[in-house]
Design a protein around this ligand. Structure first.
Ligand SMILES: CC(C)(COP(=O)(O)OP(=O)(O)OC[C@H]1O[C@@H](n2cnc3c(N)ncnc32)[C@H](O)[C@@H]1OP(=O)(O)O)[C@@H](O)C(=O)NCCC(=O)NCCS
Length: 151
């Protein structure tokens, strides 16, 4: 698998993958804004086909994984783990000590992935996500990148 920076011409496929995977997918404008803002945005490719993406924002020694996604039909093959590890490595390389993220309590696959890497819950944001019936909380998870990579 090859992971490379996302560009505007990738957005049609990125949005298709996003829509296949999420009940509440990001739209084109959100990805375009992330690219414009200089966030770290990547795509993962297999044989030049984009299978997933990840977006990280970094500031003041902290990084935040804003999005990680694998096309629904290709999930469970290890691509998500590679994307999250890539995000951790890239954040560490530019000096971040910690990588935060939010995850729905109902998203057991993602939670299991993060926890298997060493992410731990540090809080809950009430009613953070839209849900099909009202709102859903977000679990806030963090991993200490310094301990993960440097010890
Ligand atoms: C979450 C997501 C990115 C994981 O990517 P993936 O390629 O499917 O995951 P991987 O194959 O790398 O699996 C990584 C781990 O996730 C967990 N996992 C994967 N599929 C699972 C399943 N069907 N049931 C339970 N856990 C599962 C396991 O812990 C797995 O590790 P293991 O293979 O060592 O057991 C992907 O499922 C996805 O795009 N989901 C929709 C979008 C999303 O929820 N993003 C995260 C928002 S916080």
């Amino acid at each position: 698998m090859n992971i490379r920076p996302m560009c505007t011409s990738d957005l049609d496929v990125v949005i298709e993958n996003e829509s296949s995977a999420y009940g509440f997918p990001w739209g084109r404008g959100v990805f375009a804004d992330c690219l414009k803002a200089g966030n770290q945005c990547w795509v993962a490719e297999i044989d030049a086909e984009i299978v997933g993406h990840a977006v990280v924002t970094i500031g003041a020694g902290e990084a935040h994984l804003l999005n990680v996604c694998v096309n629904r039909s290709l999930q469970g093959a290890g691509y998500g783990r590679c994307l999250v590890l890539h995000a951790m490595e890239a954040a560490r390389k530019v000096g971040a000590d910690a990588l935060f993220l939010e995850v729905r309590p109902s998203n057991q696959v993602a939670s299991q992935l993060y926890e298997s890497l060493g992410f731990a819950e540090v809080g809950v944001r009430k009613n953070y996500y839209p849900a099909f019936l009202g709102q859903e909380d977000a679990r806030v998870l963090v991993i200490d990148l310094e301990s993960y990579f440097d010890k």
